[in-house]
Design a binder for this molecule. Sequence first.
Ligand code: ADP
Ligand code: F6P
Length: 338
Amino acid sequence: MKTIGVLTSGGDSQGMNNAIRAVVRTALANGIRVMGIKKGYTGLITGEIEEMTATSVSDILNRGGTFLQTARCPEFKEEAGILKAVETCKKFGIDGIAVIGGDGSFRGARDLSLHGIPCVAMPGTIDNDIVCSDYTIGFDTAVNVVIDMVDRLRDTCMSHDRCSVVQIMGKNAGWVTLESSIATGATCTLVPEVKFDFHKDVIGRIEQGKKMGKNHFIVLVSEGIFFDVKSNVNYTYVKEKGLNSAEKFAKMIQQTTGVESRETILGHVQRGGSPTYRDRVVATEMGHYAAELLYKGISNRVVVMKDNKIIDIDILEALQMEKPFDIKRYDMANQINI
Ligand code: ADP
Ligand code: F6P
């Protein structure tokens, strides 16, 4: 391989810049040219591509977001879009591509590989929902943002004897919510993966806390939960984006317990900010590993973390794996947090 491309795709995450930097500098150090592809797969269709030098990636390792920018590109899901991308690769002499993104982006990488452009993908998403990897770039920073925000909310909740219901990102996955809950001591932790009974698991826990002398409460709700407010006591969960569930939960909690409740939807602040030590280092290791695979001519792989080691697995295999939710960890949070 003489020339490789690098792109970030899907939702951005903190640490993507570190991964790009590692890919670029590792490839250049080994005599490989690198092309920076802008806005994910969109750049492969529009040809927004420029050659990277070692200094193109200077001063980005402390910045969130992705300096190559990212996009969701529906056109790339169609055969015609992929064929255009293959043409662009030929035009720019790109022999292989390092892709940083979520599982949607992995599917794109798989399709490109199947069309003769070898790819190596790295998991970049705050959601930590990539089934084949224990860790995804951005997760640690996002959880730290949530912790900071919830600590702030706890201060004001305490002053007013209130309940704070905080809606947390993660799409259909509750990993950001669970880890944040362990770290902040939330009274209730509601994630899409675990069915719950509103009266027992939300109201019951708040009432029990009140009996123990607590006067302020934190409830963390994953955005992927749907709360059926019409049936009043009922709950359900669906594997799709919930609709403003924090607001519904806050209303119900206030009506049922009498504890004044406020909702906070953290939103995209969770995707910003300077990457933590963990994200900087993991992203650098993964980027280095991915570039090494490409220049050694190994492709159609996903770089993942397994048992604290960076390894690579087949991209088709990776997309078929399942990642069970950590119920033991969830139970631990509920036992310790009151
Ligand atoms: P993420 O990578 O964070 O999961 P998306 O699911 O939005 O984010 O996927 C990012 C991009 O990857 C999409 O906009 C599209 O260009 C590409 N992609 C997603 N799914 C597929 C698919 N099934 N086949 C080909 N490309 C896909
Ligand atoms: O996948 C990352 C993520 O931030 C999810 O947690 C969230 O559901 C989604 O992206 C938001 O997408 P967008 O940035 O398109 O609003």
